[in-house]
Design a protein around this ligand. Structure first.
Ligand SMILES: [Zn+2]
Length: 227
């Protein structure tokens, strides 16, 4: 299993002598991340969140594909294999594409379960498409970096389901994530999938707990204007 420390030690260390990565270095770093996480799984939620600093949607898709080839569920936090390992369509790419698009259970070829399919979609829509080499300083260690780089703030679907309290900042990324999921399903999927996504979304939303005020007045807003 891979932890944040492992990523720093095994992948980032050789790149930490300067703040800005060249395009070539960024490519090498991406490949090493892919290599590491297609052969092992994230140790915990913080590792998956930290990983977002080094991924684009494109490299995340590559990662899912690589994990599937290694018989792993596409969601990097999972240690199971995908539900359907064998390609039932015998490698015919056209037939495959058709069936992937028209089979409501196609996600089982990539994930262990529908839950991890949703977790993965939810993670993906929060990834930035900014190229890695322009994300100045993300690869530096907290201890040695001068000014702190802007790290990606990502929320995981599990956190919502577990009913963890969320900071306002995370709520913003969730709402924008859900918005993007909706748009994605409008563009691509057929009616059934959209309906199912909406059902899942309303389920998730009912689980969210937000920390609005750390120390609310016991009588709520009633006494707000009194001094
Ligand atoms: Zn899984």
């Amino acid at each position: 299993m891979t932890s944040v420390e492992d990523i720093k030690r095994l992948v980032l260390k050789p790149f930490q002598n300067h703040r800005q990565l060249s395009i070539k270095e960024a490519d090498t770093l991406s490949l090493e991340i892919l290599d590491l996480l297609s052969q092992s799984d994230c140790k915990d939620q913080s590792t998956l969140k930290y990983l977002a600093n080094f991924l684009t949607v494109e490299t995340y898709h590559d990662l899912i594909e690589e994990r599937n080839l290694n018989k792993k569920c596409g969601y990097p936090l999972c240690n199971r294999c995908q539900n359907r390992i064998r390609d039932p369509y015998g490698g015919n790419a056209t037939a495959n594409r058709f069936l992937q698009q028209n089979n409501p259970y196609a996600y089982l070829s990539h994930y262990c379960s529908k839950f991890h399919y949703r977790c993965s979609q939810f993670y993906e829509v929060q990834l930035t498409n900014e190229a890695l080499f322009v994300r100045i300083g993300v690869h530096l260690d907290d201890k040695i970096q001068g000014d702190v780089p802007k790290l990606q703030s990502v929320s995981l679907l599990e956190e919502l389901i577990q009913g963890e309290e969320l900071e306002e900042q995370n709520l913003i990324s969730i709402v924008s994530g859900i918005g993007k999921l909706n748009i994605q399903s409008e563009e691509g999927a057929h009616g059934d999938e959209k309906e199912e996504l909406e059902k899942d979304l309303s389920g998730w939303l009912s689980q969210i707990k937000i920390v609005e005020n750390k120390d609310p007045h016991p009588m709520g807003d009633f006494f707000k204007d009194e001094t």
